[in-house]
Design a protein around this ligand. Structure first.
Ligand code: PMV
Length: 316
């Protein structure tokens, strides 16, 4: 079938509690973050399929290393659709900086799969999206937990445990978050591999922090459901202590976390892979969210976003 023109996008994600521990089977609390998005646009073009991104354009077989996972994802998606890799160029673009800890590769992979399905007039299921985006994620991360794709695909906060169906959480009150980027890219793949190595050496200090992060993720889920902002904030702070003990924070993240706390944040921590990338803070309300934005900008954040999670009660 000749593909038709198609466009798709996907949001970023925010891990509130549980990054890294989630790789090892502990729970995490994650939500979609539509403040920044990734895009894939497919146009008809005769000849072998091409990818285009970041100033590069060429055949799937000739992609540079940074696009190799997406080329694999395109091939896997076409195979599932029963279509040949020809007749189009797929242009990728993103507002989500790579290494920001916001799930840049997962969002782009989901946008790629959605655009291809749309181009061949098909609708992917949640399972299709999860499995096919994971092809690109394995390339980007080595050993992804799947939390990024789950967060990107979610419609609100979820409790995620590796290889299980995510559990949607209905927040018991609005959450006013602020997200700030240090501007220094985090190296998720390297950080995940370093922790894995320490676990293989039976580093009990590492194991106990991962257990703790899993417990904190469940406490955070409970606080979110109960609408207990104060308790949720405490779990963020406690998670930051554990992540710092695992050497996943750095000076730039610490400076932004300190600035948020000095200005009354209920809690603040790094989010995502760490050692660079973004942090997040929980504000009291919308006005306090504005104060925190200003404080984080003054503390040197490269970019700051507000993100409000609205209380969604399902009518009984
Ligand atoms: O840095 P990001 O946005 O890719 O988030 C990584 C989250 C980790 O828990 C560190 C890795 C994973 O696959 O769960």
């Amino acid at each position: 079938m000749v593909p038709r023109r198609a466009e798709a996008s996907a949001p970023a994600k925010l891990i509130l509690v549980g990054e890294h521990a989630v790789v090892h089977g502990y729970p995490a609390l994650v939500l979609p973050f539509a403040g920044v998005r990734a895009f894939a646009e497919l146009a008809e073009r005769p000849g072998p399929a091409q990818l285009a991104a970041w100033g590069w354009q060429g055949a799937l077989e000739a992609v540079p290393e940074q696009l190799a996972g997406f080329a694999e994802c395109v091939r896997a998606t076409l195979a599932r659709l029963g279509e040949a890799p020809e007749g189009f160029v797929l242009r990728l673009s993103s507002e989500i900086a790579p290494g920001s800890g916001l799930g840049a590769s997962a969002a782009l992979a989901v946008a790629v799969v959605r655009a291809l399905y749309a181009a061949f007039a098909q609708e992917p299921t949640h399972d299709d999206l999860t499995a096919l985006a994971a092809v690109a994620e394995r390339h980007a991360h080595g050993n992804p937990s799947g939390v990024d794709v789950a967060g990107v695909l979610a419609s609100g906060p979820i409790r995620f445990v590796r290889d299980t169906t995510p559990q949607p959480l209905d927040p018991g009150g609005a959450l006013h978050l602020v997200v700030a980027d240090t501007g220094r890219p985090s190296a998720t793949r390297k950080a995940v591999a370093a922790l894995q190595q320490r676990l293989e050496l039976e580093d009990e200090g590492v194991r106990s922090q991962l257990v703790r992060l899993g417990e904190l993720a469940d406490e955070a889920c409970g606080a979110l459901l109960a609408g207990d902002r104060r308790r949720l904030g405490q779990t963020l702070d406690q998670a930051q202590t554990s992540l710092a003990a695992l050497a996943l924070s750095d000076d730039a993240l610490d400076a932004l976390v300190t600035a948020a706390r000095t200005h009354g944040a209920l809690g603040a921590k790094l989010t995502g892979g760490g050692c660079g990338g973004c942090m997040l803070a929980l504000a009291e309300n919308a006005a306090h969210q504005d104060d925190l934005v200003r404080a984080l900008e003054a503390a040197g954040a490269r970019q700051v976003w507000r993100h409000t999670v609205i209380q969604e009660r399902i009518p009984s």
